[in-house]
Design a protein around this ligand. Structure first.
Ligand SMILES: [Zn+2]
Length: 390
């Protein structure tokens, strides 16, 4: 493996911008050094007028490059991770849509075999299951006949099959059996996340006490104030602002949330409690006008228009086609500074998913996962585990 020196760039660290060079040795970050310091035995990569940040970490991603993690084909993981790698995503949490038990078991097996596939260069951080224990009224683009109430026999079987690889499960905490599920997930080290839910304010507080410390794609399929016979009832959105330690992830593709809400979320929750996600479906990284959600066996057709996937009647979105670079661009356009935007896509996702890995930071001894981009966040180079991947 070649030792590298990234020279002349501006490093985007967890807390600041630093004009310095970076040495990479044996796949790890060796040192941050002054530009004037002389070194030998390093291949120099010119990063003049460019930024160097930790590689982006997408903890909610369904697909890209024409594939979806539910496809279960031999090249599925390769196609998706390569499509996103070009846009700076060096680590990913593959996300499985609501599906029947056999389909989920098959998808879990797909993850287990992808782990052994040397062709995959991005880091796989573990699985995220989205559904199928979600509220029919907030199902969004998840197919209604694929969702269900909690079923302990079913989820315990899936968790056992995954052998420790499920790191997060997004569910609706108001469904019957949520407490039992939460206890079981906690015991298995699975991060609980509120998703596709109509929980009211009090139910959200109760869920927080059960271990739900994260909200999946905040504002998308999450309840807010409703009126029942004139009386107002607050929902997940309000409870999330009320609870200081409730984290959120947001689809910062510039379509799902307007700049006004992005500003509000960052201001009220604080930079440290926000992660950026793509929630990308299979059309991400592709130049197509038609695509479909979910697996090849069970597709839901969508049109790609205005930079987002829409259901055929165009009344609702059916998923994002974003890549990580676009998330950073969107946040900059919303007035968030670069250091904060990058933190929301590197340090925060790992912390919120309880993933204790030496990634996501430009720090001595950390894995050299890096993204080099210009002032408009056009990705120029991507390094994974010390190797130039793009
Ligand atoms: Zn999703």
């Amino acid at each position: 493996m070649e030792n590298l020196r990234l020279s002349g760039g501006t490093l985007v660290t967890e807390s600041q911008l630093i004009k310095a060079d970076l040495l990479i040795e044996n796949g790890l970050i060796k040192e941050i050094i002054d530009e004037s310091q002389v070194t030998q035995g390093y291949k120099v990569i010119d990063c003049s007028n460019l930024y160097v940040s930790a590689g982006f970490i997408d903890i909610h991603q369904h697909g890209g490059g024409g594939a979806d993690y539910m496809d279960g084909e031999n090249d599925t993981y390769l196609k998706i991770t390569e499509a996103h790698l070009k846009h700076g995503t060096t680590s990913v949490m593959p996300t499985l849509l609501s599906a029947t038990k056999p389909a989920l078991i098959k998808a879990v097996e797909g993850y287990l075999s992808a782990e052994k596939d040397d062709r995959i260069r991005a880091n796989l951080l573990g699985l995220h299951l989205e559904g199928r224990y979600i509220a029919p009224s907030q199902a969004g683009a998840q197919k209604e006949d694929r969702i269900s109430n909690f079923n302990s026999q079913e989820y315990s079987e899936i968790i056992e099959k995954a052998n420790g690889r499920i790191k997060r499960w997004s569910v609706a905490p108001e469904l019957l059996g949520a407490e039992e599920f939460a206890n079981y997930a906690n015991k298995n080290g699975i991060v609980l996340s509120i998703a596709h839910s109509d929980a009211d304010f009090d139910t959200t507080l109760k869920a927080f006490d059960l271990g739900f410390k994260h909200v999946t794609h905040f504002y998308s399929c999450t309840s807010s104030i409703v009126r029942k016979n004139g009386f107002r009832i607050a929902g997940i959105v309000e409870a999330t602002y009320y609870l200081d330690d409730m984290n959120v992830e947001i689809i910062a593709d510039g379509c799902h949330l307007p700049h006004s809400l992005l500003k509000l979320i960052v201001k009220l929750k604080g930079v440290d409690n926000v992660s950026l996600i793509t929630d990308a479906m299979r059309a991400a990284g592709e130049n197509v006008t038609e695509s479909y959600l979910g697996s090849l066996e069970d597709p839901l057709p969508v049109v790609i228009e205005d930079g987002v996937a829409k259901l055929l009647d165009k009344k609702a979105f059916g998923g994002s086609i974003a890549t990580s670079d676009r998330l950073v661009k969107t946040m900059l356009n919303a007035g968030v500074d670069l250091v904060s935007a990058v933190k929301m896509l590197t340090v925060n996702p790992l912390k919120q998913m309880n993933l204790n890995v030496k990634r996501g930071k430009i720090e001595k001894g950390y894995f050299a996962d890096l993204c080099v981009f210009d002032k408009d966040v056009n990705v120029k180079k991507v390094i994974v585990n010390g190797k130039i991947a793009y």
